[in-house]
Design a binder for this molecule. Structure first.
Ligand code: MG
Length: 381
């Protein structure tokens, strides 16, 4: 059994948990959060992350991050931080691995396109969709729909939520209405996501030739590490140089996050998970100085990478594919596989039109990039 001996009193433990939606007998070998992590890894939606875009469309090259490798890098960072702060490592890992399960094909461009298609039917938001995947869409157990994950795992997956949506989510939505904080493990997963993507996007951008070392040296975080590496290895170039810089950036960010969060925890002195929720502010935070540097890098990437012509071209193609598929399926539900067609009329709390549109959105959101392309070719996309 996973040792909980190192847990701080404010770490989520099975004893302090709000539990599962459907009662299950306990496992003698694994604790509940280890089981959650294992269920996520075995989920269909998790495997499909392998063929979903992070920034580059999957077929652009084998070396770029996909949603799957992104999620693994987030989990690596999250686990280190959780262990160092005596928090629940398995819960943190579970949230990190599941946080992008609801992403559409083609990354943010796909989500934006699907959200536009769904504007008259309640919209589409990848965070809510990740929750929907683990609560409803995965079908692996005869006794209940979804994965029946622990409350805190689901809470961590639902990173953001509008008040309107929160009102429909019962206990899970309460923290958004009461303005409470999520557990510390969820806070770690949130920041680990940002540390992972900022750093691996630098790597992927350099690899693709869309970013340059010289350009990135405009940012303080990158240039300081560039100077250090060049001092130690004056002749280093190419991918080795990039790696040596990026590993130092990740290390600095993670160490700062750990130290600053430990100091916040000391100041606010929570004794339980309840204290964490009612603390009035987040505790898992980088120092202001490091956050500024991290934000500067993020802004640089936004301007020079995410808005690069080549990335924008991929985005406009993604928009076309998702919109074409949505319109085609909504026009003729007979094109959906039988289980999706059946589901289209099973959520009786929605109007018939909303049920149909939601079933179409679920089907499209679950697609990999290449499957969406293949399907779209049937409609001369
Ligand atoms: Mg992510």
């Amino acid at each position: 059994m996973y040792s909980q001996n190192y847990f701080a009193s404010y770490a989520v433990s099975t004893a302090q948990s709000s539990g599962r939606q459907f009662q299950e007998s306990s496992d003698t070998k694994r604790d509940s959060f280890q089981r959650d992590r294992d269920r996520i890894i075995h989920a269909n939606a998790f495997r499909r992350l392998m063929y979903k875009t992070q920034v580059f469309v999957n077929y652009e090259g084998d070396m770029y991050r996909t949603r799957l490798t992104h999620s693994l890098e987030v989990a690596q960072i999250g686990r280190s931080v959780a262990r160092n702060l005596n928090l629940n490592e398995a819960l943190t890992e579970a949230i990190c691995l599941a946080h992008d399960l609801g992403h559409t094909p083609f990354g943010h461009a796909g989500q934006d396109a699907l959200n536009t298609c769904m504007r008259d039917y309640g919209g589409f938001e990848h965070n809510l969709q990740s929750l929907r995947v683990v609560d409803v869409l995965e079908k692996r157990y005869a006794a209940f729909p979804g994965l029946n994950l622990m409350f805190e795992t689901r809470e961590g997956i639902l990173k953001h939520c509008s008040k309107r949506n929160a009102k429909t989510l019962g206990k899970l939505g309460e923290r958004f209405l009461k303005r409470e904080q999520p557990c510390l493990e969820a806070q770690i997963a949130d920041i680990s996501d940002a540390i992972a993507y900022n750093n691996h996007d630098v790597d992927d951008g350099l690899r693709a030739g869309l970013l340059t070392v010289q350009g990135l040296c405009e940012t303080e975080l990158f240039s300081a590490k560039f100077e250090l590496v060049k001092k130690q290895y004056p002749d280093l170039e190419g991918s080795l140089l990039h790696n040596e810089i990026i590993r130092r950036m990740i290390n600095d960010l993670v160490l700062d996050l750990q130290n600053n969060s430990a100091s916040n925890i000391r100041d606010l002195n929570p004794l339980s998970v309840k204290d964490v929720r009612q603390a009035g502010r987040k505790m898992i935070l980088m120092s202001e100085k490091m956050l500024d540097k991290h934000q500067e890098l993020k802004k640089y990437l936004f301007k020079n990478f995410y808005k690069h012509n080549k990335v924008l071209e991929m985005n406009s193609h993604a928009d076309k594919v998702v919109t074409t598929l949505f319109n085609a399926y909504l026009n003729d539900l007979g094109l959906l596989p039988p289980e999706h067609r059946q589901k289209a009329l099973s959520e009786t709390e929605l109007s018939v039109e909303d049920q149909k549109a939601r079933a179409v959105a679920d089907y499209i959101a679950g697609m990999t990039d290449r499957f969406a392309e293949q399907e779209c070719s049937n409609f001369r996309c």
